[in-house]
Design a protein around this ligand. Sequence first.
Ligand code: GUN
Length: 286
Amino acid sequence: MTANILDGEFVAATVRNRVATEVAELARRGKNVGLGTILVGEDEASARYVEMKHRDCAEVGISSAHLHLGQGVSTAEVLEAVQEFNARPDVDAYLVQLPLPNGVDEQVVLSAVEPSKDVDGLHPFNLGLLVMGRPGPLPCTPAGIVELLTHFGIDPSGKHVAILGRGLTIGRPLALLLALKRPKCNAAVSVVHTGIANPELIVRTADIVISAAGSPGVVKASWIKPGAVVVGAGTSWEGRRIVSDLDDEVASVASWVTPRLGGVGPMTRAMLLVNALEAAKRNLGS
Ligand code: GUN
């Protein structure tokens, strides 16, 4: 078997089209949508991700603002940038690109983002809404994965989903989201992580495997139940080359698989635009 491709570039383009139509509609009503990004330090990959987010904004008619702080800044200096975006009326929503350099307290920074402007859904208040199953901005990668699966008619409801990784931006919120009693979720979720001795024993029983481990090729074909759906959400860099969590051979066992490039990444960025649009709509209504 050779797996079908979960083409995130294609699905993200349809999401962007939808967003562009609504952004234009808001503009006709006199409301511009503005997204902000805060980049701290000189990490090349983070800078590239942020650049792509601004390019996406331009494509759909969202105006974007950017603050870049140097490598050696303190938590207090990052908080000043956060306060600036909290106060700016032209910024409906914004994100602080992660990871932050050592010495900057991520939890303090994320907690200082005004929850109504939290385009990443990573403020404790918004994560609390997710825990409670109430509406709020969803973290972009988990939301993008659900959107990607849905587009290809893959419904996690009633299925066993194994997630590799328990990080703040993907694994932990994705587990919460997929376990919620709501359409396109409603799954039995296992989270495997570095504290588990033989993750493959659990992964092998899953109908859907989502890897957010950030460990090159960690998911082997032998870990996959034949016909399972496999999503690679974790990436790492070998020089300037992005490497997937999924070993290439996974595609010979799975029914659906993400490509090394153009799977989850574009979906994450597309959901960022969706969240920015939703924040702007809330601002219009308030
Ligand atoms: N770095 C990797 N993923 C993310 C994300 O979803 N949001 C932010 N802000 N930074 C990231």
